[in-house]
Design a protein around this ligand. Sequence first.
Ligand code: NAP
Length: 277
Amino acid sequence: MKILQLPSGKAIPILGQGTWRMGERASQKQAEINALRLGLDLAMTLIDTAEMYGEGGAEKVVAEAISGRREEVYLVSKFYPFNASYEGAIKACDRSLSRLKTDYLDLYLLHWRGSIPLSETLEALQHLKQAGKILDYGVSNFDTDDMEEAESLPGGQKIVTNQVLYNLKRRGIEWDLLPWCKKRNIPIMAYSPVEQRAFVNNSKLEELATKHNATSTQIALSWLLHQDNVISIPKATNPQHVRENRAALDIKLTEEDFKIIDRTFKPPSRKMGLAMR
Ligand code: NAP
């Protein structure tokens, strides 16, 4: 697995596994655990979850998937903006740790900005780090101005990632946020990297897919995996999707492929508001 180095010096895999929509249906639980374990077997050891997913249900699924394998895993969770006060974030972290049956998170993210002052949230995150409950912290759904504000606050310079919506159909961040982060060696964690199945049988990507003996979804993911400073976290419960996502790492796109892709999925030509789910 290729890795990136975070500003903290820690290593993070560039391809992981998402868990949104997991932990919502009991009938799917075993399939979700199996998929995550298969992903670990295939070296996709970064698992991204959140207290929001299944209202704690996804974290419980993750706990079973990583049982006995905690040391292999780069574990990320996120807390709600309404839990972003000093006390709130500390309590939310404790609840996540308890559901995940672990005593530390590799990375803890503010899920999106709310009304609680960022300075207070950063104070809580620094406390959690000092206490050893999290190894690093970051943010999610922050646009460039949010990142600038965070950077100006105590503890803001220790933010190691920003998890945002980024894929071939959502390239707005290339205008300013991506370069801003790259300049500071802060990797972007691309969520919804396969745009929730929107690239399946995409006629524009089919030609490249045929050329690379891959699927159109794999081409879309491979394009992200070729980007500097970007981590991708596709969610897959179907084991075939898990395998295909891992195999996307082995696809080598050419300069010509990139040109074809850019003609269809155009990079931004102006500042765009940050896209969010
Ligand atoms: P996604 O990963 O782009 O898409 C997931 C969907 O695509 C699932 O229906 C999955 O099907 C399917 N899929 C996965 N791999 C595939 C493949 N190789 N071929 C065809 N279909 C494939 O969307 P996402 O779940 O929204 O985003 C990924 C993760 O990012 C989330 O799970 C979550 O951890 C994180 N996220 C964060 C935020 C945030 O605000 N920070 C927002 C959204 C998502 P199966 O499940 O049936 O395999």
